[in-house]
Design a protein around this ligand. Sequence first.
Ligand code: IMP
Ligand code: MG
Length: 192
Amino acid sequence: MRTRESADEKIEVVFTADQIAAAIDRMAREIARDYAQRSLLIVGILKGAMFVVSDLARALAGVQNGPVCTLDFMAVSSYGNQTRSSGEVRLLKDASESIEGRDVLIVEDIVDNGLTLEYIHGLLASRKPRSLRTAVLLDKPYRRLVDVPLDYVGLIVPDAFVVGYGLDYQERYRTLPFIANLILPDSGEPAH
Ligand code: IMP
Ligand code: MG
């Protein structure tokens, strides 16, 4: 399916809303099994992971004998231009809860070169949680620059810049209910 979103940008669906929902449900079952009847603090990374957290947390609530979940959020941004992750991560909003001694699950939208998640994982690990794991909806494994541990992965993305379901291009497209490849007119795809 091809959809023309604006005069000079095109999007091409990569994962439908149903495919995303199935991936989230599978992740929820895996997480629920691993943390059965424990307390789990979910730390979502804004803004990209807002829909992943929202759907994953509610899917977890629906699994019998799953964990009792609480939610917290952090916000980060990369320095550099808007489409290329520079690796210099800036903390815009810290988590508001203490994580010491707790079981913590970082929830992120996408892992590309891995530097963003490596930064967040390192920061939270230094605060001495009881356990620390990661859940990401989308993985681009072939673009990794650092080896960051992924415990729960939803879907492997083709090597393309994707938008929708929380992911943006210059703050646009986040609200699409599906995930799509963004194709720009002249350069083909955004550098990422
Ligand atoms: P990393 O540091 O390269 O792993 O990049 C992770 C961050 O870059 C994600 O949290 C996203 O905000 C952004 N990002 C990476 N790939 C894409 C993409 O294809 N579309 C939109 N944002 C992306
Ligand atoms: Mg992000």
